[in-house]
Design a protein around this ligand. Sequence first.
Ligand SMILES: NC(=O)c1ccc[n+]([C@@H]2O[C@H](COP(=O)([O-])OP(=O)(O)OC[C@H]3O[C@@H](n4cnc5c(N)ncnc54)[C@H](OP(=O)(O)O)[C@@H]3O)[C@@H](O)[C@H]2O)c1
Length: 220
Amino acid sequence: MKVAIIGASGQTGLKLVRESLRRGHQVVAVCRTSSADRLKEFSDNGGCTVITAPVVSDLATLTQALAGCDAGVAVLISVRRLRATELVRSLAKAAAANGVKRLVFTAGEVTAAPEKDETFTLRQRIMLLVFTLMTWFTPYSMTDMIEASVLVRQQPDWDWTIVRAPTLREEPGVGYRLCEINEVTAKHVLSREDYATCLLDSLENPEHYRRALTVVSAGG
Ligand SMILES: NC(=O)c1ccc[n+]([C@@H]2O[C@H](COP(=O)([O-])OP(=O)(O)OC[C@H]3O[C@@H](n4cnc5c(N)ncnc54)[C@H](OP(=O)(O)O)[C@@H]3O)[C@@H](O)[C@H]2O)c1
């Protein structure tokens, strides 16, 4: 499979690139121009094409990146210069231009709107409130992330999957399990290695089309 990884130079993105190449996928890695050095080991080994832009939501960049791809994985984040909603809007146009329908997105525990049949726990509702208030005094925008998850679900042609994770850890993988969103407690964590594995397993699994999943560490 040829996969575009958008946000490839981040902590999860790098693990996604490594695991994709290990699985034999061709990888197009999209990242900020200023972060391209972090992908050098992969581009030097020939398995990965790196495409850079000052802001990765740039339409021309995404259209170029998705050319010939079967699927895309996007690390969603909403900061002042990179709005998740803009990334999803540009991806919608770029994917349509290239006939790409399979898209997988990262999300935090409460940074994607719940499905119609899901409810957040009291702790998750408090997290949502705190994160929303933080929008006023940090560069991060929870409201934009949630709006982006709504936009993803609205794309009629996409076989999308959103994979929500608890606190991520920079530690070796121990395996993962999928669970209900309201099973997640403050004790649940996930290694980024396992997150990357789960995102790519989902990418390859048609049963996960048009679903928001929740993943935690197998041991938790
Ligand atoms: N961190 C957690 O505990 C946690 C928990 C649950 C879910 N998640 C979700 O999991 C995903 C990956 O998280 P992560 O912690 O592994 O990601 P990360 O390393 O923080 O990086 C995520 C992406 O955001 C980009 N980015 C960061 N700051 C930026 C800025 N100021 N301007 C433009 N781009 C910027 C990074 O680009 P560069 O490489 O160019 O810096 C990278 O592509 C995200 O969707 C996150 O919401 C995270």
